[in-house]
Design a protein around this ligand. Structure first.
Ligand code: ZN
Length: 133
């Protein structure tokens, strides 16, 4: 069902400063940025091998990333798993009793279809299921 770790999402206060750290200290190049209005977030993509780091800065005080940082500080916010068929995966998880945040896929950064699983069902980890071309 799960093909690989698609990306790791990291909540940051200052996207530019965070990108600078990854590029200059670790030599990981940023391959693009995108504002995802729906999630009130500005995203930077930093591919490493066949996965990537996704840096997330909130564009709104009420956004999920702003709230995450307020509660827990900067850090790993979610882990995304790549699947071939997100609808079938969600259906399967639902049937197995996994608590879903999103019953239907929504738009994710980079044109992916994404959905989140509730941390109560996943040992406290916010898991994103992601399908992309
Ligand atoms: Zn993500």
């Amino acid at each position: 069902m799960v093909k690989k770790i698609d990306h790791i999402g990291i909540a940051v206060k200052d996207l530019e400063k965070a990108v600078e750290f990854y590029e200059q200290m670790l030599g990981i190049k940023c391959e693009g940025k995108e504002v995802v209005e729906e999630q009130k977030v500005k995203v930077a993509f930093l591919p490493i091998g066949d996965t990537e780091i996704e840096l997330l800065e909130s564009t709104d005080e009420e956004g999920p990333i702003a709230k995450f940082i307020e509660k827990k500080g900067e850090g790993i916010q979610h882990i995304a798993f790549r699947v071939d068929n997100i609808e079938a995966t969600l259906e399967d998880l639902k049937n197995k009793g996994v608590r879903l945040i999103d019953e239907k896929p929504r738009y994710g950064a980079g044109g992916a279809k994404i959905a989140f699983l509730h941390p109560k069902s996943t040992n406290g980890v916010l898991i994103e299921i992601s399908e992309r071309e």
